[in-house]
Write a protein that binds this ligand. Structure first.
Ligand SMILES: Nc1ncnc2c1ncn2[C@@H]1O[C@H](COP(=O)(O)OP(=O)(O)OP(=O)(O)O)[C@@H](O)[C@H]1O
Ligand SMILES: [Mg+2]
Length: 389
């Protein structure tokens, strides 16, 4: 296939007039080259494309079979949903989660409201629009102050954990000034830092992050500095990873089950990473879901879990493509109501058919796609119940 690898490149030299974390969510050259190499190894032609203002024009002028989307965008409340929205408009199949999921997951507050409605544990929280907003009396210090719609630890520093109302107001003020968006204030969960990859419909081995080594740097959780300088021993920003996590089987299953539930609650597809704090009394609190997790083959969390699962990086990347292709095939079957089919055909005369090798129907031949989806949902449910036991 001809695959557009849509990304936002982290520049080699940062513009010193921009904030130090401006490019933190972008992809390194190494990540882009690693994904491209893996795809090319599978016989695909890969065209890396920057997700900037020129992307709509590029997509209009070039025909591709699939987009491999890793672009997180800059600024704006739904920046991670822009590329999926554009690809939907142009009827180009793409990897990963859709528009609504990417927008919802980026808005931690809205995502937490959904977790709450589904009985998924998440730290108690309050949104601040002003430093003087009164603190909800049900919130217990220590609290952590975070910008509501950022990632890669942006706006999360050692000073983000506050122990009284005065420190809270001061920190809210700083983050408001810096990020100009809603501020999410949560109860700080003491305990174990865990993160879980969801790949297809399965949870990968749980990854535990231990910050003991970072104590001399004054960092005791996955702050921006720990993420940005991860592995730097001189700065004492070298957390230790354990994958699988040092948990017993029951705790592992509970954590994986809650991670699966969180991704289903937001409607994630193909891959996602769920960040969890396991409290000292054994409750797995979901902090957030990342539908566009980092894919650096060595440093990112998900590739560590993939290795622990015994899968190569290349096989992992190929499977992401297969999941997207299978979905695209299902959507183009006759079981889709005709008004949708008509819309798709009318809206996208440019779309190329997928090559024959990718045209295989998932599941048993002859079964309508809707029935297959229902069957899969049943299988997923029973898997989830198994995990919960
Ligand atoms: N309520 C909390 N209790 C304890 N630690 C927390 C809490 N919220 C955040 N943290 C710490 O801060 C880190 C970053 O928080 P969070 O995952 O919300 O930010 P992010 O910028 O979206 O991260 P990512 O890099 O995964 O996109 C967490 O991994 C955890 O170490
Ligand atoms: Mg996180």
């Amino acid at each position: 296939m001809k695959i557009a690898l849509i990304h936002n490149l982290k520049p080699a030299v940062k513009d010193s007039s921009l904030p130090p974390d401006y490019y933190s969510e972008c992809d390194s050259k190494k990540t882009i080259e690693s994904i491209a190499k893996a795809l090319e190894g599978g016989g695909h032609t890969v065209i890396p494309v920057e997700a900037d203002r020129n992307l709509p024009k590029w997509l209009a002028e070039n025909t591709v079979d699939l987009a491999f989307n890793i672009a997180e965008g800059f600024l704006g409340e739904a920046r991670e949903a822009r590329v999926p929205a554009l690809l939907e408009l142009l009827d180009i199949p793409y990897t990963g989660s859709g528009v609504l999921t990417c927008a919802l997951a980026l808005d931690k507050w809205r995502a937490k409201q959904i977790f709450r409605s589904q009985g998924i544990p998440t730290p108690n929280f309050q949104i601040f629009l002003h430093p003087d907003d009164p603190v909800d009396s049900r919130l217990h210090f220590p609290l952590i102050v975070k910008p509501n719609c950022e990632g890669s630890g942006k706006g999360i520093w050692a000073s983000s954990v506050v122990r009284d109302a005065q420190a809270l107001a001061a920190q809210v003020n700083i983050v408001l000034k810096e990020y100009g968006q809603k501020i999410l204030v949560e109860e700080f969960i003491e305990g174990t830092e865990l993160t879980v990859g969801i790949f297809g419909n399965e949870a990968l081995p749980v990854l535990e992050v231990d910050f003991t080594n970072c104590a001399p740097a004054g960092e005791s959780f996955y702050s921006w500095r720990v993420k940005e300088f991860q592995g730097n021993e001189e700065l004492h920003l070298n957390p230790q990873f354990a994958c699988p996590a040092r948990l017993d089987a029951a705790a592992t299953h509970a954590v994986q089950s809650v991670a699966l539930k969180a991704t289903r609650a937001l409607g994630c597809r193909d891959l996602a990473r769920v960040d969890i704090r396991l409290s000292q009394d054994g409750i797995p609190y979901v902090l957030e879901v990342n539908p566009l997790p980092g894919l650096d083959p060595e440093e990112s969390n998900i590739p560590i879990m993939v290795r622990a699962a015994g899968m190569s990086y290349e096989a992992f990347i190929h499977r992401i493509v297969s999941l997207a292709v299978e979905r695209s095939q299902k959507l183009s079957t006759s079981s889709i109501p005709s008004f949708q089919t008509n819309n798709r055909v009318n809206a996208s005369p440019r779309r190329r058919a997928l090559p024959d090798s990718m045209e295989k129907q998932p599941g048993s031949p002859g079964k309508p796609a809707l029935a297959l989806e229902q069957e899969e949902t049943r299988k997923e449910r029973s898997k989830e119940e198994d995990l919960g036991r």
